[in-house]
Design a protein around this ligand. Structure first.
Ligand code: PMP
Length: 427
């Protein structure tokens, strides 16, 4: 049997060799050593059912053999070249994406992470429009690079405090507010957008949005919202960038969340689930916009054969196993169960939100700190029961359920039973 340094050994090394910005979930976190589809295994052999998928990444399952086999085969055959040489996996992947992306988005630039994809999308918007300004929704999260951090509204992820002075970015209230109906909050957001556009629409290159805000606590705008946003932006020649980094590739019950809203963005960014654990990301757009991105640009690792073959295998798997439909069906089951728990524990669970297998349950307590502590206690209790669930939200008080889309009904029932027990113990 392999020997492991164990959680304490890992924490010790992190303390010594990582930056202090690195944090972890759980008071007594396990050392994870193996993954298999919806399961993760600790160094002590304990099995956990994963309901967070490494934050929405391994949608096709951990170490999915149908995908991993093709990754390994490519790794043994041709591991790396970049776009200055001709290889087939990246062009095949771009062609394949053109078939599944919302209509007209036929060109993709490949990079390695979500931040880079959004950075590229923002650059493309500036190059195409010749304008510098950006709009973003309050509490959104778009990345760690300077530009993507500047359009990130969530305070927790605005790591550089000086960003507040960046005048190129204007934040619009998000179409969500506790105590307001979805329509009211949507109209408030649209009214703010209208007045910003009227004041300086001709200086704005693009508006970047998450179709469903992930880190901000799984916040879903009303059905009509993005169509109205798109209509207004178009009047002022402002582009719409959909950050589908968490929502893309089936998670919300559609291939892309924007499909739910029947809106085609001008630029769509993707990452996470596209490689189901192998780093790959991209930004896609139309022929017309892509024509403006004509000065030399290249990413060393972007479009490498191993990542692209993996992404092709992921797309094959999503299609063959109907993962968007599965997310819709199991998401309804999970949502119904969470709503029952919210009715059973009204003092602890205030709201259930989301679409497909991107669901959140907001917790409440006497004050925000107590609600965040309760959230941590629930995560801890669920770990004891063998379930890994996530957390997010502006006040870190939202339980997040974003499992691999390969989970089964049995997993959903088992998780709900454990959650009922944990909420009962903590009530
Ligand atoms: N956009 C969204 C919506 C995200 O959730 C994240 C990461 N959580 C990013 C962008 C940044 O992606 P990455 O960490 O791959 O740079």
């Amino acid at each position: 049997m392999q020997s492991y340094i164990g959680p304490d050994g890992i924490l010790e090394k992190r303390k010594q060799f990582f930056y202090p910005c690195t944090s972890h979930f759980y008071r007594n976190p396990p050392q994870l050593v193996k993954g298999s589809m919806q399961y993760l295994y600790g160094h002590d052999g304990k099995r956990y059912t994963d309901f967070f998928a490494g934050v929405s990444v391994v949608a096709s399952g951990h170490c999915n053999p149908e995908i991993a086999e093709r990754t390994a085969e490519q790794l043994r055959t041709l591991q790396h070249t970049c776009t200055i040489y001709l290889t087939q996996p990246n062009v095949d992947l771009a062609e394949r994406l053109a078939k599944v992306l919302p209509g007209g988005l036929s060109r993709t630039f490949f990079v390695n992470s979500g931040s880079e994809a959004n950075e590229g999308a923002l650059l493309l918007a500036r190059l195409h429009t010749g304008r510098r300004g950006f709009l973003a929704l309050e509490q959104g999260l778009h990345g760690r690079t300077y530009l993507t951090m500047s359009v990130t509204g969530l305070k927790m992820w605005r790591t550089d405090p000086e960003l507040a002075q960046d005048s190129d970015v204007t934040f619009i209230p998000r179409p969500y507010e506790p105590g307001m109906s979805a329509d009211e909050a949507g109209h408030r957001s649209i009214a703010a957008l209208k007045s910003v556009l009227a004041a300086k629409g001709d200086t704005i290159a693009a508006m970047i949005v998450e179709p469903i805000q992930g880190n901000a606590g799984i916040v879903t705008p009303p059905d009509w919202y993005f169509a109205e946003v798109k209509r207004l932006l178009k009047q002022y020649g402002v582009l719409l960038i959909a950050d589908e980094i968490q929502t893309g590739f089936g998670r919300t019950g559609r291939m892309f969340a924007m499909d739910r809203y029947q809106v085609t963005p001008d630029i769509l960014t993707m990452a996470k689930a596209l490689g189901s654990g192998i780093p790959i990301a991209g930004f896609a757009t139309t022929d017309e916009l892509a024509a403006s991105f004509n000065r030399p640009s290249a990413s060393t690792f972007g479009g490498n054969p191993v990542s692209c073959i993996t992404a092709l295998a992921v797309l094959d798997y999503i299609e063959a196993h109907h993962l968007p439909e599965r997310a819709e069906r199991l998401g309804s089951l999970l949502r119904a169960g969470l709503e029952q728990l919210a009715a059973r524990f009204p003092a602890s669970v205030s709201e259930v939100r989301g679409e497909g297998l991107m669901l959140g349950a907001e917790l409440r307590a006497n004050d925000p700190d107590a609600a965040a502590r309760l959230t941590d206690d629930v995560l801890e209790g669920m770990l004891q029961h063998g379930f890994i669930i996530g957390k997010n939200g502006v006040d870190r008080n939202v339980l997040a359920f974003q499992p691999p889309l390969v989970i089964t009904e049995e997993d959903v029932h088992g998780m709900l039973e454990a959650l009922e027990a944990v909420l009962g113990e903590l009530a």
